[in-house]
Design a protein. Structure first.
Lengths: 546, 359
């Protein structure tokens, strides 16, 4: 019986999934393992002064950003997916664009725009002769950080919820309409409850992103758990305690997700009706249409257009100083690295999610949760784990290197891009995996089971049955992962080889040196690449659904 | 079956790309430490781990390569992260030099055993002893002063002369300063521990927190802008950023900086705090001779003058020409402190800052 069970699940899928999980978990294991060491003498001070208030700030940040993104994203998704109004087609994909702006660049840009020398105060001074009270523009605060995160992270949720509403809810919504429910009632009583897996998946990504951020919060002077981690490492020179703090964060976040899953229980969210049923859009007229355009337009303006235009203006001032021959190479490296890493992540995410879905046991659940844990802690901490792993690997391979004539105990893998690529997989598995998992949850197992009953193997049923159904989810995951890696910073910063620079590193170097105007050129290139990616993938997704 | 073949092809392709990516990009920066001769000079390299990220550094490295034929490979990153990388790489590390901005960090690198002492009379002549580690585990490259900025319209420069004045009741609700996460603030407090003692430094930090006109936010330039906007009257800033603002292309930045004056504090007492950028030879250095040659080059008067000109940093080589702006600030008395002690006291400084709830 047991043997048969093992045999049933032991196939290429399972093996690849285990191997992938091992590559991800070995570097990550260093972090939670630190909890088993005795804390050192700094821990008492950290606990007393760096934990309480900082943890509270993190909590507020996550709660308010979570609320803000859920409201913005579900509202917009519902508006765009189920209603017809002018410019709908444009907003449908343009509302994804805030994802292309690195939040810390947005934070610097807005802070600068509202500063004394920025466009807002400057215009007030020169046009109206008003010198406003500095208190009016206090964007550099907890509230400001919440606003920045909400504006630039809501598309995570928007993407997932929109694809859910468009693909899955047509039948429910139509029934509800027939039963006489108004649009608001449908939104609250039908869409929100049904979209729960999509909302949770997107929300988890937002929370991860907020918790592991250091760029926005440190510039805005908001002391969070990340601040505590970096104060401990950079200020007290205590890496051990920093890793320990990160471990606590990781354990906290992962257990929260497990709790949600337990509470969700066995409720099923998959739909057993025919897929991709065209939605009957409800046309909006008059004041409602104007309102819809206004809502989408204002959010689009603040979350993309305004900072984008400001960066464009700055770029015209500084491109002569900044732009040089190295930019071509940087552009190429950024693209190449991002594409390879995204492909690897999506492949692995799909395989692990497919195995998890068919072998629904505790082990596979634990596996599926832990492969996404790399997204919950600051990138720099993940980077230490990956670094330790690769240096260990290099030492292990030293005899082989010696034979190849590479010298005595050289660092080959850890001085190559392989390390950075693997680090991306470790960290960004979550973005790809969440999308794919949510997709599988939506599709359910009915079709697959039918295919398997009819004699298809796991591979065949995946390619013939699941993949076509899953294409939208895979496209979403690819978009999220792609834009995430284009703007990625901490891993690249710690794990790059010699003479290696990406656009994000260049943008950060300027921004960190308080030269946001010079950072505009690399930032715009990041945004440009991401936009191209979002555009292409968006259209792939369209084809998939038509 | 076809699909299975496809799956395995995809995987193979992926693994191969990954490996190719790795191998293709794997640089071979480590060379034997032979003295460069005409024959092998073409293959000579020196490998840097640098936490300094300035265009002028790149220019200097390029000049060095042009002069000597020795190629400079740079791996940039955050100082503490680079130390962690050096530590974990151990004797296998390809790095020859470690370059960073803060004296405390340099000393921390020494404490973690990733540096080794270097010997060069040229360097000792270029850099006065107080800008070097006692045993030459590291050598200074440039300094910046942490000064008091004030609103020219609202403050007379004779109203305050010391860091200690900033903590007095007179400036309640008027002081602007960035977060305690900034290394510059940590270093300043560490230096105050040295010159005034731990108790006085603690009282000082508490006084500053009490006097803050708003919660710490932004960087040093943001404090200057905030003075111009009237959010406070006095601030603690680095000369480097002030100089950059005065030289900015954006006229609004220049105008804001012009509304602000600077005072070099504690001239009659303990001296102004300076942050030092420096470079150390790594323990695992494989291109030692080239590395020392690069430090000699960087500390020579020409390179030092360029550094001062382009980056508004004070040269450590006193023979280097100073640009007009630095000259206009005049000579000043710096804290006579031991930079090595800064690193040792940084932890204490951070404890003082966090206990005082300087966010």
């Amino acid at each position: 019986m047991l043997l048969r069970d093992v045999k049933k699940h032991t196939n290429a899928w399972m093996l690849i999934s285990l191997l992938g999980a091992a590559v991800i978990l070995l570097p990550l294991a260093l972090i939670p393992l630190s909890l088993f060491h005795a804390p050192n003498e700094n821990w008492a001070h950290i606990k007393q002064y760096l934990l309480k208030g900082y943890l509270l700030n993190s909590l507020w940040l996550v709660l308010w950003t979570g609320a803000g993104t859920v409201i913005t994203a579900t509202g917009l998704a519902w508006l765009v997916a189920a209603h017809d109004f002018p410019l709908r087609g444009f907003f449908r994909w343009a509302l994804l664009l805030p994802l292309t702006v690195p939040p810390y660049i947005a934070a610097y840009t807005y802070a600068n725009m509202f500063s004394y020398t920025g466009i807002v105060q400057k215009s007030l001074r020169s046009a109206f002769g008003i010198t406003p009270s500095p208190k009016w523009f206090g964007i550099m605060s907890l509230r400001g950080a919440i606003l920045i995160f909400t504006l630039f992270l809501f598309p995570y949720l928007y993407l997932m919820i929109r694809s859910f509403v468009e693909r899955q809810s047509a039948a429910y919504v139509e029934n509800a309409r027939v039963l006489g429910l108004g649009p608001w009632a449908i939104f609250f009583q039908v869409i929100l409850p049904l979209a729960r897996p999509a909302i949770v998946a997107g929300l988890a990504l937002v929370a991860f992103e907020v918790l592991s951020d250091y760029g926005v919060t440190s510039y805005y002077g908001v002391a969070t758990i990340s601040t505590a981690i970096f104060q401990t490492w950079f200020g007290m020179y205590d890496v051990e305690s920093a890793i320990r703090l990160a471990a606590l964060l990781m354990v906290g976040v992962v257990s929260l997700l497990v709790v949600e899953r337990i509470v969700r229980g066995n409720r099923r969210y998959s739909s057993s009706t025919t897929q991709s049923r065209p939605y009957v859009l409800r046309p909006l007229r008059g004041i409602h249409a104007v309102g819809a355009v206004l809502v989408c337009g204002v959010i689009f303006a603040f979350s993309f257009l305004i900072p984008f235009l400001q960066l464009l203006v700055w770029a015209t001032w500084t491109y002569a100083d900044v732009l040089n021959a190295a930019f071509g190479q940087m552009l190429f490296r950024t693209l190449y690295l991002t594409l390879v890493a995204t492909a690897a992540i999506m492949l692995l995410a799909t395989i692990v999610a497919n195995v998890h879905r068919t072998a629904d046991n505790a082990l596979s659940y634990a596996l599926s949760r832990s492969v996404t844990a790399g997204f919950s802690v600051p990138g720099a901490i993940v980077a230490i784990g990956v670094l330790a792993f690769f240096i260990g690997l290099d030492h292990l391979l030293a005899p082989l290197y010696a034979r190849l004539g590479l010298g005595e105990s050289p660092l080959v893998l850890s001085m190559s891009l392989t390390m950075l690529l693997v680090a991306y997989v470790v960290r960004f598995m979550a973005t790809g995996y969440s999308a794919v998992e949510a997709g599988f949850a939506r599709v359910g197992t009915n079709y697959t089971e039918v295919a398997r009953t009819l004699g298809y193997g796991m591979t065949r049923s995946f390619f013939r049955v699941d993949l076509p159904l899953m294409r939208g989810a895979i496209v979403s995951g690819t978009i999220l992962t792609f834009v995430e890696i284009v703007k990625e910073l901490p891993l690249g910063l710690l794990l790059r080889p010699f003479n290696f620079e990406t656009l994000a590193m260049q943008a950060y170097a300027y921004a960190n040196d308080e030269m946001i105007q010079q950072a505009a050129v690399p930032s715009l290139l990041i945004i440009g690449i991401s936009m191209a990616g979002v555009y292409v993938l968006h259209h792939l997704g369209e084809e998939a659904s038509s | 079956m076809k699909q299975r073949a496809l799956l395995s092809t995809m995987l193979t392709a992926l693994v191969t790309t990954g490996l190719l990516a790795g191998c293709a990009a794997a640089p071979k920066p480590t060379q034997g430490g032979k003295e460069p001769t005409v024959a092998n000079v073409r293959n000579q390299v020196v490998n840097l781990y640098s936490a300094r990220n300035y265009a002028v550094d790149e220019r200097l490295y390029a000049q060095f390569t042009k002069q000597t034929g020795i190629r400079v490979n740079v791996l940039k990153g955050n100082a503490e992260e680079l130390i962690e990388r050096l530590k974990r790489e151990g004797q296998s590390s390809p790095a020859d030099l470690f370059v960073t901005v803060d004296g405390g960090v340099l000393n921390n690198a020494r404490e973690h055993g990733v540096l080794q002492p270097l010997a060069s009379t040229a360097i000792e002549q270029n850099v006065p002893w107080r800008f070097r580690d006692k045993e030459n585990y590291w050598v200074g490259l440039a300094t910046r002063a942490r000064v008091i900025a004030y609103a020219k319209a609202r403050v007379r420069p004779d109203q305050l002369t010391t860091y200690e004045d900033l903590a007095s009741e007179r400036w309640q609700g008027k002081v602007l300063v960035r977060s305690s996460t900034s290394l510059y603030n940590q270093s300043l407090v560490a230096s105050l521990i040295q010159v005034d003692g731990e108790q006085a430094a603690t009282a000082w930090a508490q006084g500053i927190v009490r006097n803050m006109s708003r919660k710490p936010e932004g960087g040093d330039r943001d404090q200057v802008r905030a003075i111009a906007a009237g959010a406070g009257d006095v601030a603690l800033i680095d000369t480097y950023y002030y100089g950059q603002m005065l030289h900015a292309r954006d006229q609004e930045e220049v105008k804001a900086a012009q509304q602000v004056g600077i005072i070099f504090p504690n001239q009659q007492t303990t001296g102004t705090h300076v942050d030092i950028s420096g470079v150390g030879l790594t323990k695992a250095a494989k291109n030692k001779a080239n590395a020392i040659k690069l430090i000699e080059f960087l500390t020579a008067p020409d390179a030092q003058a360029l550094l001062a000109q382009e980056n508004c940093e004070f040269p450590v080589n006193l023979k280097a020409a100073q640009p007009g702006l630095l000259k206009s600030w005049g000579a000043f008395k710096a804290q006579p402190i031991d930079f090595a002690q800064l690193g040792a006291d940084n932890k204490k400084a951070l404890e003082i800052l966090t206990t005082a709830q300087w966010q």
